[in-house]
Design a protein around this ligand. Structure first.
Ligand code: EPS
Length: 381
């Protein structure tokens, strides 16, 4: 089973990842991993930290001559900011300079402090921080390389920032090129301008903002996941992976919540046959009965506004219980474009995991042999 662990505090020395369950013989392109890390660092509305970091992954084990060995893969991403925090975050000695005792509403601060019995809430925020998403992007970028020979492609974009929607047509041929060049991950240039103005206003008000991101996966064969047991359902596992991303409050597949409003005939995708089965529409977002059905997989997620507000909300000091204003930590005003890269990575992990569950073998030759035999068989079903 494909799995991974991450470790690391936002102002600690580094982020560390161990990925277990990769077959041997997967070509690993480290530049492609670093490209994804760079994508995550971009976006209009980010804070000062991104000017400090130049995220790069270093592979420590599990790969030899750019090919996986089948053994656990360890990765490291350095925190350049560590040099400014060594005294505060030292693993042997530390000071309580920058201690936090006024929890931010919406952050893990208060409940995390109560749960782990911390008197300095920095002990919570350091790990709860979305800095950890750099590690998750590295994981997604490594494991998706299993899928490369099979033509599976991951695409993502931002659909909404605060009150501003991207009205671009996602099926336009140059849509993703425009998304790539947009500071807010939109396809429509005028809407992108409005979103940036919105972010400027939010910033001036000492506020933060959230949005909606979408990931589309193309080239996934029918039959990943299963209807036979709840924990093998592909949509359930995707929802879990995406919901576990910091600040995500909702996940939809395909038509999602809209399906509540419409009659069955407007929701379910009619079946056609021409050299294989396909669907006339894709309201199901490529998943029926917990299994991929061969259509593109469409996942949307809602990111709430980041809880650090420069114009802070009311809170209570955990020491003397007096009413106070929440702590202000350096933060982003808007991290929705970065979130779209993180959600894409979380989806990439779940798709790769399901792919290896279906076609898994110890080496890529076995995976390819099983994949080819299966594709041949379903072609004539
Ligand atoms: C982030 C790094 C963090 C935050 C942000 C995401 O760095 P720092 O705390 O040093 O500014 O900028 O995390 C949050 C806003 C949060 O609330 O968790 C990153 O690498 O993406």
């Amino acid at each position: 089973m494909l799995r991974y662990f991450t470790a690391g505090e936002t102002h600690g020395k580094c982020l560390t990842v161990i990925i277990e369950g990769m077959p041997s013989g997967v070509e690993i392109d480290l530049d492609a991993v670093n490209e994804q890390l760079a994508r995550r660092q971009q976006g209009y509305g980010r804070g000062g930290r991104m000017a400090i970091e130049k995220d790069k992954a270093e592979i420590l084990s599990g790969v030899r001559g750019s090919k996986t060995l089948g053994s656990p893969i360890a990765l490291k991403i350095e925190n350049k900011d560590w040099r400014n925090w060594e005294n505060i975050m030292g693993t042997e000695k530390c000071t309580d300079e920058r201690a936090v005792d006024c929890p931010r509403p919406g952050h893990a601060d208060l409940t995390g402090g109560m749960k782990y019995n911390h008197t300095d809430l920095r002990n919570v925020l350091e790990r709860a921080s979305a800095r950890e998403t750099a590690a998750r992007v590295a994981v997604g970028a490594v494991v998706r390389q299993v899928l490369e020979p099979f033509g599976v492609r991951f695409l993502s974009h931002v659909k909404r920032i605060g009150s501003v929607w991207d009205t671009a047509d996602v099926d336009a041929p140059d849509f993703y090129e425009r998304v790539k060049n947009s500071p807010v991950g939109f396809g429509n240039v005028d809407d992108a301008k409005k979103a940036m103005e919105y972010i400027d206003k939010i910033k001036a008000d000492g506020e933060s903002c959230g949005g909606i991101v979408e990931t589309i996966v193309k080239g996934v064969p029918a039959g990943l996941g299963s209807y036979v047991h709840y924990d093998r359902k592909l949509d359930a596992n995707i929802a879990f992976g995406v919901m576990s991303v910091q600040a995500i409050k909702g996940v939809e597949i395909g038509m999602g919540f809209e399906a509540a409003r419409l009659p069955g005939s407007s929701v379910h995708d009619e079946i056609k046959y021409a050299d294989g089965f396909s669907r006339v529409t894709n309201n199901a977002g490529g998943i029926e009965g917990g299994m991929s059905n061969g259509e593109p997989i469409v996942v949307r997620a809602v990111m709430k506004p980041i809880p650090t507000l420069y114009n802070p909300l009311a809170t209570v000091c955990i020491k003397d219980k007096s009413p106070r204003k929440a702590t202000v930590e350096r933060s982003d005003v808007c991290a929705v474009p970065a979130c779209s890269v993180v959600v894409e990575s979380a989806v990439a992990f779940e798709i790769t995991k399901a792919f290896l569950e279906k076609f898994g073998g110890d080496c890529m030759d076995d995976v390819k042999a099983y994949y080819d035999a299966y594709m041949e068989r379903i072609k004539t079903y």
